[in-house]
Design a protein around this ligand. Structure first.
Ligand code: HXC
Ligand code: NAP
Length: 291
């Protein structure tokens, strides 16, 4: 057994209807594929219908499950309401909403136009708010319980980060939304949780966060204590557990899956990683003498 293998038991998500925003590509696609293998009906949504249709066809051929592609720009509340309507018609009432759609790019903040800022905030923060509000209102109005929302954030939601400021402030807002509603909507039987992935190779993220030869130049893996990037299946395993009924007592949590990356720069003495065993012998002898 290893971390690249599926983790949950067969049919762990049987009968569930799961809507995954940004489900046509990258991590959203990987999560959706695994949810489908576990027996869920999946609605994948994003702006590009042709991408969604191709993914749905391939995913369904792989898993044998029902995959419904629905075009929806999460920035537009009317389109989100339509997503809910089509989901109700084609799959039944949704049980789980995964807010995974995002936009991002690197830039010095002073070079950004106000429209560039909005381009990211509108997808990540406003889009997550739109989907959460539309689905939450439906569940509450219909008095439907045992529902949950999983938000995909990242570790700079709590540290902040230079050069991706629109994304950082948006993900921070999404984390605050997660924790706020975990308390406010628990009485309606709605759980809210988040996952904070570290680097997981995807075309969408890599082309925008590490454009050109930055991947090789920066050697991202060296910034990760476990010296590797994430495997899609291990993120899918975690998310499948968090949205499943096995996690019924998990609410308001943010689970980090980053090989220890964010702590690498946070611990004040972490630079001592560079010290060799011989140097340690010397330093320890000095510090022992000093007592
Ligand atoms: C500076 C930029 C820019 C860039 C666009 N703009 N790209 N400014 N640097 N690289 C500016 C434009 O000039 C314009 O401003 C404004 O932003 C809107 O641009 P549009 O192209 O019209 O935006 P839109 O079509 O809405 O596209 C949104 C997008 C795009 C975010 C720019 O990249 C996109 O669709 N992304 C979706 C997928 C994605 O980003 N995936 C990566 C997620 S990775 P002006 O002033 O000229 O009008 C992720 C990882 C997190 O989140 C953690 C990593 C560690
Ligand atoms: P990705 O493949 O680019 O995924 C982003 C998805 O969002 C795309 O499918 C895109 O589809 C969709 N999207 C963008 N704007 C949209 C809009 N207005 N309405 C609806 N859908 C929209 O990148 P990814 O790496 O898989 O990222 C997935 C999630 O993981 C994001 O939340 C990201 O922040 C998070 N994350 C990723 C990493 C990583 O290392 N990969 C690390 C930390 C966090 P369309 O273009 O068709 O709309």
């Amino acid at each position: 057994m290893n971390y690249k293998e599926p983790m949950l038991r067969d049919n762990a998500l049987k009968g569930k209807v799961i809507v995954v925003t940004g489900g046509g590509t990258g991590l959203g696609r990987s999560m959706s594929t695994y949810f489908s293998k576990l027996g869920a009906t999946i609605v994948i949504t994003s702006r590009k219908l042709e991408v969604l249709e191709k993914t749905a066809e391939e995913m369904s051929a792989e898993t044998g499950g029902k995959i419904i592609p629905v075009a929806c720009d999460v920035r537009d509340y009317d389109q989100v309401e339509n997503l809910l309507k089509v989901t109700l018609e084609k799959a039944g009432s949704p049980d789980i909403l995964v807010n995974n759609a995002a936009g991002n790019f690197i830039s010095p903040t002073e070079r950004l136009s106000h429209r560039a800022f909005d381009a990211v905030i509108d997808i990540v923060l406003k889009g997550t708010k739109n989907c959460t509000l539309a689905f939450g209102k439906h569940w509450i109005d219909q008095k439907e319980k045992n529902k949950n929302i999983l938000n995909i954030v990242t570790t700079y939601a709590w540290t902040g980060s230079s050069y991706v400021v629109p994304s950082a402030i948006s993900k921070a807002g999404v984390l605050a939304l997660t924790r706020s509603l975990a308390v406010e909507w628990a009485k309606y039987g709605i759980r809210s949780n988040a996952v904070a992935p570290g680097p997981f190779p995807t075309e969408g993220a890599w082309s925008r966060i590490l454009p050109g030869d930055l991947t090789e130049k920066l050697n991202v893996v060296n910034q990760i204590p476990l010296r590797r990037s994430g495997e899609h299946q291990e993120l899918a395993n975690l998310c499948a557990y968090m949205v499943s009924d096995f996690a019924s007592y998990m609410n308001g949590e943010v689970v980090t899956l980053d090989g220890g990356e964010w702590l690498q720069d946070a611990g004040q003495m972490n630079f001592l990683d560079a010290v060799t065993p011989e140097m340690w012998d010397f330093f320890i002898s000095l510090s022992k003498k000093s007592k």
